[in-house]
Design a protein around this ligand. Structure first.
Ligand code: ADP
Ligand code: 5GP
Length: 210
């Protein structure tokens, strides 16, 4: 039985492969809606306005905060990042599972507002692979890579707040695991209250009949 979609938060160290995984997940399976965040960071080569992010100036971003147009926002390595409210609420109400690929401060704010959100943390198998992927992506300067690795060390302290960890070693295996976890979450009793209620009513009716 399907009612509202699940709000899924995916966090993980920069370079762990979150963006790559989310792209594959929505290609491979139906029913997911990927939220596009707003940010004040500059676009990387190949990134497009409205596809990877909505790229805003600091003034534009602060106006969104003041207008309550973001359900959460955070500062990460010197830039603002935030989740637009309208898209998330609309997609959830239409029964789609909405994925937010956001960092840990944002994830915790989402958990406060949406206690039923499913929090997933993506990691590489080890730190050396993280450094390799971050450098191999070739989109950041050494200085920014260093900042992001520092930040990763801090984020490692918050992993216990998440519901599940997924290790992105082989990409396709990891995509299947992510999808499996999300499918399983749909079967939690808390997400099937209408069904439980219906069964209880029917069973009570049966007792009266006999
Ligand atoms: P994030 O969004 O977490 O910062 P990206 O999705 O940009 O990470 O991935 C970082 C780099 O690692 C990219 O160059 C990407 O192609 C590569 N990558 C992602 N997943 C894997 C994987 N399973 N195996 C090897 N390389 C990967
Ligand atoms: P990047 O600059 O590599 O695209 O993203 C940097 C970090 O910001 C990543 O950890 C990413 O998950 C996070 N991020 C992206 N969008 C949002 C958002 O809307 N809110 C928050 N809190 N973090 C975000």
């Amino acid at each position: 039985m399907r009612n509202e979609g699940i709000l899924i938060v995916v966090s993980g160290f920069s370079g762990a492969g979150k963006g790559t995984l989310m792209k594959r997940l929505v290609e491979a399976y139906d029913g997911y809606a990927l939220s596009i965040s707003a940010t004040t960071r500059k676009p990387r080569p190949g990134e497009e306005e409205g596809r990877e992010y909505f790229f805003l100036s600091r003034e534009q971003f602060e106006k969104r905060i003041a207008d309550h147009a973001l359900i959460e926002h955070a500062e990460y390595c010197g830039n603002y990042y935030g989740t637009p409210r309208d898209y998330v609420e609309k997609e959830l109400s239409e029964g789609r599972d909405v994925i937010l690929e956001i960092e840990i401060q944002g994830a915790l704010k989402i958990k406060e507002q949406y206690p039923d959100a499913l929090l997933l943390f993506v990691s590489t198998p080890d730190a050396a692979e993280l450094r390799r992927r971050l450098s191999g992506r070739g989109t950041e300067t050494q200085e920014v890579i260093q900042k992001r690795l520092c930040r990763a060390a801090k984020e490692a302290g918050g992993i216990e707040a998440y519901d599940y960890i997924v290790i992105n070693d082989d990409l396709e295996t990891c995509v299947k695991e992510l999808h499996g976890i999300i499918r399983a979450a749909h079967h939690a009793p808390g997400r099937n209250e209408a069904f439980i209620e219906k069964m209880r009513r029917e069973l009570e009716g049966k007792q009266i009949e006999n």
